[in-house]
Design a protein around this ligand. Structure first.
Ligand SMILES: O=C(O)CCC(=O)C(=O)O
Ligand SMILES: [Fe+2]
Length: 198
């Protein structure tokens, strides 16, 4: 597969479809974060302080056709490292979610958006919101595209469980990213939030 990461701050307001997507999804992300934060009594100012067009980004995913779809995964199983992610997929099946130990296929719908809670909201909400493990399977005959909008903070943002007793120790987003890189290098996979369990 190929991926392109674009920080929102470098997107030109050029009327392109990527620009249009960001302009439609950014206010949606702001509304969602207000609703999710209010449920937990977390102040919206926390997100206003830590998240901006310099810290949120788009990922453009392209999954080329694959002659051995049963042997090759399009995108490896992972939880997103953001507060949450808003995904727009095309009409090709491929995205799967882990539920009760089984992979469940998400019915493709190019008229709908998918919202995935990421590890940071899981930690902040003390596990009330759950980051769902997902992957993308490869397809033999058709190419697939998706766009993911990652609502995340700056590297110095402090992530602290809002409830007591906390399930996770306090950490910065920078620490989380460093740990992820280390795990990818040493263990070959992302271990994720369980590294920060108390
Ligand atoms: O392609 C998809 O449907 C999901 C993409 C995704 O999970 C990601 O970019 O993190
Ligand atoms: Fe993802």
């Amino acid at each position: 597969m190929s991926q392109q990461h674009i920080p929102l701050s470098v997107l030109a307001e050029d009327g392109s479809s990527v620009d249009g997507f960001v302009r439609a999804v950014s206010p949606l992300a702001e509304s969602l974060v207000q609703i999710l934060a209010e449920e937990l009594n977390i102040k919206f100012s926390y997100f206003q302080h830590n998240c901006s067009a310099n810290t949120c980004y788009l990922r453009l995913n392209r999954y080329p056709t694959c002659p051995f779809p049963s042997k090759i995964v399009g995108l490896l199983p992972h939880e997103d490292p953001s507060f949450f992610t808003i995904v727009h997929q095309d009409h090709i099946e491929g995205l799967q979610l882990m539920k009760d130990g089984n992979w469940i296929s998400v019915k493709p719908n190019s008229q709908a958006l998918i919202v995935n809670i990421g590890d940071l909201f899981r930690a902040l909400s003390n596990g009330v919101y759950t980051s769902v493990k997902h992957r993308v399977i490869a397809a033999e005959k058709v190419e697939r595209f998706s766009v993911a909008f990652f609502y995340g903070p700056s590297i110095d943002a402090v992530i602290e469980s809002y409830a007591t007793p906390p399930l996770y120790r306090k950490f910065t987003f920078g620490e989380y990213q460093e740990q992820t890189m280390k795990d990818l290098k040493e263990a070959g996979e992302k271990v994720g939030l369980s590294r920060f369990l108390l």
